[in-house]
Design a protein around this ligand. Structure first.
Ligand code: FAD
Length: 396
């Protein structure tokens, strides 16, 4: 049996949020043995196989710059938002915001791999194939005790829950919204109508359809490679998983019209979607961040951006001397919870509004959406405000 150890901070979950938090904390506290540990149920090889392509805001790229960011990330210069069978559309441009890019697409696996290395380089102990099975408070010193599957028991002054997960996997939460949607994802080769390509910019598409949102995120502009995320009710996604490539391309042609032609598609995978969130993040010496605190529908690509803001704020507030005393730690964690409330609620509500608003078939709602998109297209101030919120949240 492995040795039992004590850590100042034990993080459960080496997803991007847990790893980034560990790396940032090591940056600000310096390297000392047994201060910071991360435990993950999966091996790194398994984590790297995750097929998700994530769109991260430029603010997130800058934030992660103090640790690591995948060198092969693709910039998103413009985002084209439209609705099937309606004229409303809006195009957001990085140059309008004075930015190099509105966002970046990265492979989940590449991000985890480089954040894992960044944490190890800073002296964080990363335990893989180490699922935390039970947790309790020790009777004599009231520390957090983490019991691993192999029977090892580690103690910590602070336990950070970053065990994330997908919608439907999380235990009981304060608010749960099931949109009856799943995402079919695949890497596709696509040809974009030339009139849509301005100069050498890379373009992402978000299209609202009657089944649910459909997005194309650029992975490699030169090769015309995109990540397809196509949301719909489970039975529709199941049917789409069974289609031949030709049938799939035809269905996508009906959705995109002439704008985009899909030429090739890789393996298809699907993910359950929904929203759930915890009102309260703190329980004794435990605090939740990232998907362990809230899971969002990916329609606005905000889940990880928001989770990393949780991690960055907690790291900024954590005082190494305070965590030793229970009352001091409790005050600090509650201050963290309060400071995150506004940003979390705003992003959760905005995401919820987008899913519900664009899934509503009421013709008046449809007309309203068309007006809103056109208004943003012709009102640069509104477009900038909206883009700023999506890029930076209400973290400040
Ligand atoms: C289809 C899809 C597309 C998305 N697109 C975007 C996007 O474009 N932009 C964006 O910002 N977000 C996006 N998201 C959301 C994003 O993937 C999540 O917000 C992000 O992965 C959360 O990171 P995390 O580290 O909190 O959790 P996770 O990535 O879920 O990682 C949690 C880790 O904890 C480990 N774990 C779980 N239980 C235990 C345990 N008991 N013991 C030890 N380890 C444990 C797991 O093995 C895992 O490695 C998307 C999500 C989906 C499903």
């Amino acid at each position: 049996m492995a040795e039992n150890k004590h850590f100042d901070v034990a993080i459960v979950g080496a997803g991007p949020v847990g790893l980034a938090f560990a790396g940032w904390l090591a940056n600000s506290w310096g390297v000392q043995a047994n201060r910071i540990a991360v435990f993950d149920a999966k091996s790194l090889e398994d984590a790297v196989k995750d097929p998700r392509i994530l769109a991260l805001s430029d603010a997130t790229r800058l934030r992660l710059g103090s640790l690591a960011f995948p060198a092969n990330a693709t910039p998103i210069h413009h985002i084209h938002v439209s609705e099937q069978n309606r004229f409303g559309q809006v195009r957001m441009r990085a140059e309008e915001m004075g930015l190099r890019a509105l966002g970046w697409t990265v492979r989940y696996g590449d991000l985890v791999k480089c954040l894992n290395q960044a944490a190890i380089d800073r002296g964080v102990q990363v335990f893989r194939n180490a699922p935390v099975q039970f947790a309790h408070r020790s009777a004599q010193d009231s520390l957090e005790v983490l019991e691993l599957a192999d029977g090892t028991e580690h103690t910590a002054c602070l336990r950070v829950d970053a065990e994330g997960g997908l919608y439907g996997e999380a235990g009981e939460r304060d608010k749960v919204v099931d949109y009856n949607q799943w995402a079919l994802i695949s890497e596709v080769k696509a040809r974009v109508e030339s009139s849509l390509l301005e100069s050498s910019n890379t373009l992402a598409f978000e299209r609202f359809t009657s089944d649910g949102p459909l997005a194309l995120l650029p992975i490699s502009a030169d090769q015309g490679l995109y990540s397809l995320i196509w949301c719909a009710p489970k039975n529709v996604v199941d049917q789409r998983l069974q289609l031949s490539d030709r049938e799939l391309f035809n269905q996508l042609r009906q959705q995109f019209g002439r704008r985009v032609e899909i030429l090739q598609a890789g393996p298809r995978k699907c993910f359950p979607l929904g929203m759930n969130w915890r009102e309260h993040l703190v329980q004794g010496r435990r605090v939740a961040i990232g998907n362990a605190a809230q899971i969002l529908h990916p329609v606005a690509g905000q889940g990880l951006n928001l989770g990393l803001r949780d991690a960055a704020t907690l790291c900024r507030m954590l005082d190494q001397t305070v965590i030793q005393t229970e009352s001091g730690l409790n005050d600090l964690l509650h201050a963290f919870e309060s400071s995150r409330a506004l940003d979390r609620k705003a992003v959760v509500r905005m995401t919820d509004l987008m899913v519900r608003g664009f899934s509503n078939t009421n013709p008046w709602m449809g007309a309203g959406r068309q007006t809103a998109l056109n208004f943003m297209e012709y009102a640069p101030f509104m477009r900038k405000q909206f883009a700023e919120f999506m890029l930076f949240g209400l973290a400040a």
